[in-house]
Design a protein around this ligand. Sequence first.
Ligand code: SAM
Length: 314
Amino acid sequence: RYRIQCTITIPRYVRVNTLKVSVKEVIGYFAREDFTQVTTSSARFMETVSSLKPRHFFQDPHIPELLVFAAGTDLHDHTYYKTGLIILQDKASCIPAFALQPPPGSHVVDCCAAPGNKTTHLAAIMQNQGRVIAFDRDMKRFSTMNTLIIRAGASCIRSELKDFLKVDPNAHKDVRYLLVDPSCSGSGDFCIVGRLDDFIESEGGKQEKSRLEKLSNFQAQILKHALAFPNAERVVYSTCSIHEQENESVVRDVLSQVEEDFELEELLPNFQHRGEGSFSEAAKCVRMSAEIDATHGFFVACFVRRKERKPKEG
Ligand code: SAM
């Protein structure tokens, strides 16, 4: 087999739902339950994660509403989780909403939203002021999202069971922020083991190649549709894939089609782990991995509208 479930231990990440409670209050609650808070810094992050003892936790140095507990800490039955005070969400999956940073009062579209962890994170960043329209076309996932939205108390979200590609961008002239987190191979949950060259030549490799091609075409289509919103100012694209084909290559191909109006922002310059491969602007994107960041594999890029249109070349 060319891939196996990743065995590197990833800590238990807990996003505080700031719509219901403050980070300080949650830290206080855990302290009363005999959990011990430790300190860290972004430079010491990996060291702190690897030496984290059971019932110890710290506040994430990058995302202030995120707490980091030892791997294996099970909080699924905890009242804070059941009542929506905390959301169990991997750090990498918190980056897209954190990178989009829609201010309170803004109008946002979450293009492929279910089950809605990033959608409720957006609502929290916006302090429930403004509007997030959350589209998804899958009935089951859509219904899970509605449950999670209610549990989170995210009243600024309006969910719609709809194919995002059928949404008319011109009917949403007030939308300035869009989050594009389309279906992907999910390869960020796996580590590559064995010889990749051998795998690519195998029957399984050929199937995987054709699957990735279909996925990247679909991802580019969704991203282009988001960038067609007439007043889009900021569009974040993310996947939980480690494949360049679904990440940097999608961004490069779409950017080449919209570069008169959009450019890539150098996303989160404090993050050391950058995009990879031959795309000349890959370093403006962020990657995350178990080995380097103690998260699942992830990729994020941010398109911003140019202040002035770039003249066509040639
Ligand atoms: N952003 C979500 C979160 O953080 O919880 C995860 C999104 S998941 C990676 C991708 C989602 O895209 C799936 O729920 C899938 O049903 C949805 N999807 C795929 N194609 C779509 C389309 N054309 N329109 C709307 N949703 C779509």
